[in-house]
Ligand binder design. Structure first.
Ligand SMILES: C[S@@+](CC[C@H](N)C(=O)[O-])C[C@H]1O[C@@H](n2cnc3c(N)ncnc32)[C@H](O)[C@@H]1O
Length: 208
C-alpha cells in the first residue's frame, strides 16, 4: 500500500513523477493570486507538504490545509486532519478551493466529495481541480502512458517505478475523462487551464 508519509521529500517526488508539475503550480499560484484576497477563506484539500498554501500566505487570507495524513513541511496555516468530504461538510463559506491530485485517491467516497465541491462552488467558491485521467481514446492513452514511463525513468529506477505502481494500484482510482465529466465537471462551469500528458487541471466556478 502506498504511503505518502513514507516519502522523504514529497515535493521532489511529485515534481519528478508528474511531468511539468512545477508549471502547474506556477499557473495555479499565478491565477489564484487574483482570487485570494485579504480575509478570503482558502481550503487546500490534500495539502500534503503545505507548499501551495505557504506560497499564498502573503495575501492575508485564512488558509486551511486538509489531509488524511500529516506530512507538512510548512505549518503556517490551520491544518485539519480529516477527509476532504468531511472538512467541506463542516466548512462555512469558502472563496477558493484547491483539489490538486487528491480526488483520484478517493474510491467509493468520491461522489460525496464531488457533491460537497459542487455545493461550495454553487455557493460562490472557485476551485482549481487537477486530476490524473484515463484518456478516452485507448490508443492515445497507451502511447501517453509509454511516454510517461520514459519521463519517470529519468528520475526513478525500473524497480522503483514498478514498486510504486503496485503500491498505488489499491489506492489510486483515476476516472476516464468521460466519467469525470459525468460525475462532476458537467455540473459546474469547468474550464481546462492546463494539461501535461494525462494530467489535467480545471478552473471551476458556478454555472448558475
Ligand atoms: C498526490 S498527493 C497531492 C498533494 C498536493 N495536493 C500536491 O499537488 O502537491 C494527494 C494527497 O491527498 C491526500 N488524500 C488522499 N485521500 C484524501 C482524502 N480522502 N481527503 C483528503 N486528503 C486526501 C493524500 O494524503 C496526499 O497528501
Amino acid at each position: 500500500m502506498f504511503k505518502f508519509n513514507e516519502l522523504p521529500d514529497f515535493d521532489k517526488h511529485i515534481a519528478n513523477s508528474n511531468p511539468n508539475y512545477n508549471g502547474l503550480i506556477e499557473l495555479v499560484h499565478g491565477v489564484a493570486k487574483d482570487y485570494v484576497q485579504q480575509g478570503s477563506t482558502v481550503y487546500d484539500i490534500g495539502c500534503s507538504s503545505g507548499s501551495l498554501l505557504n506560497s499564498l500566505r502573503c495575501y492575508g487570507a485564512k488558509l486551511y490545509g486538509v489531509d488524511v495524513v500529516d506530512i507538512r513541511k510548512h505549518k503556517d496555516f490551520d491544518f485539519i486532519m480529516s477527509s476532504g468530504t468531511d472538512a467541506l461538510k463542516s466548512a462555512d463559506t469558502i472563496d477558493v478551493i484547491f483539489s490538486i491530485f487528491t480526488a483520484q485517491f478517493m474510491g467509493l467516497g468520491r461522489s460525496a466529495y464531488f457533491d460537497e465541491l459542487t455545493r461550495h462552488i454553487n455557493d460562490g467558491a472557485v476551485c482549481f481541480f487537477a486530476e490524473k485521467v484515463i484518456l478516452d481514446d485507448n490508443k492515445l492513452n497507451s502511447v501517453v502512458q509509454k511516454n510517461l514511463l520514459a519521463h519517470k525513468r529519468k528520475s526513478f529506477t525500473d524497480t522503483e517505478i514498478l514498486d510504486k505502481e503496485e503500491a498505488l494500484s489499491g489506492v489510486m482510482h483515476p476516472l476516464t475523462n468521460n466519467q469525470l465529466n459525468t460525475a462532476f465537471l458537467d455540473n459546474v462551469d469547468a474550464t481546462e487551464v492546463w494539461q501535461s500528458y494525462n494530467f489535467k487541471c480545471y478552473f471551476l466556478q458556478s454555472n448558475k
